[in-house]
Design a protein around this ligand. Structure first.
Ligand code: AMP
Length: 206
């Protein structure tokens, strides 16, 4: 859609890989599935949305994750005479998420995402027990190796879901009175999710 997509998760993973000061602070918390401190992520977003490509709008992915982050975001935008115009809630039942994240493989450079069951790469080969052989997991377009996120594990998921329900869901109530929140059923095929997202972006809002 030509709109900059700002993912705090991607930015933090880049900081961890670069071993920057932020990355060193965030690495252990991220691996365990906890939330990085509000100060750090708010600082990252504040710097990024000042860049010229964000002048006419941007999509935030994985931010805000706490009420404090939402309030700070509202303040930052208000300073520019702007506000949050759409919130899209991707709904997936908790019990479905373990299979979704534990089967996820990613091509780091492009962000292309695969799944051992729902979207396997063409190269995938399985061992005798039916598990994918890691060396066979290659990106369809470049043939480069795919990777799994260190926090895409069943144990980190428990913590990630606790953070989501405890800290992130209240943000929906914060934005609902503004009439900007849409719900999307993300527990269906990719085409279905995409068409619901498009409908929700066109509907109402500001
Ligand atoms: P994600 O790729 O959005 O799932 O983010 C991966 C991890 O980065 C999360 O589990 C957190 O540890 C951290 N993270 C990303 N965004 C935020 C945020 N807005 N607030 C706190 N921690 C975050």
């Amino acid at each position: 859609m030509g709109i900059p997509q700002l993912s705090t998760g991607d930015m933090l993973r880049a900081a961890v890989a670069a071993k920057s000061e932020v990355g060193l602070k965030a690495a252990a918390v991220m691996k365990a599935g906890g939330l990085v401190s509000d100060d750090i992520v708010i600082g990252i977003i504040r710097d990024r949305i000042r860049e010229p490509d964000c002048k006419v709008g941007f999509i935030l992915d994985g931010f805000p994750r706490t009420l404090v982050q939402a309030q700070e975001l509202d303040k930052m935008l208000a300073e520019e005479g702007a506000c949050v115009t759409k919130v899209v809630e991707l709904q997936v039942p908790d019990e479905v998420l373990e299979e979704r994240i534990c089967g996820r493989w990613i091509h780091k450079k492009s962000g292309r995402s695969y799944h051992v069951k729902y979207a396997p790469p063409k190269s995938m080969k399985k061992d005798g027990s039916g598990n994918p052989i890691p060396e066979s997991m290659k990106d369809d377009e470049t043939g480069e190796a795919l990777m799994q996120r260190p926090d895409d594990t069943a144990s980190a998921l428990v913590k990630r879901l606790k953070g989501y329900h405890g800290e992130t869901v209240p943000i929906l109530d914060h934005y609902k009175p503004h009439g900007v929140v849409s719900e999307v059923n993300a527990n269906q095929g990719m085409d279905g999710v995409w068409s619901e997202v498009l409908v929700s972006l066109k509907r109402g809002g500001k």
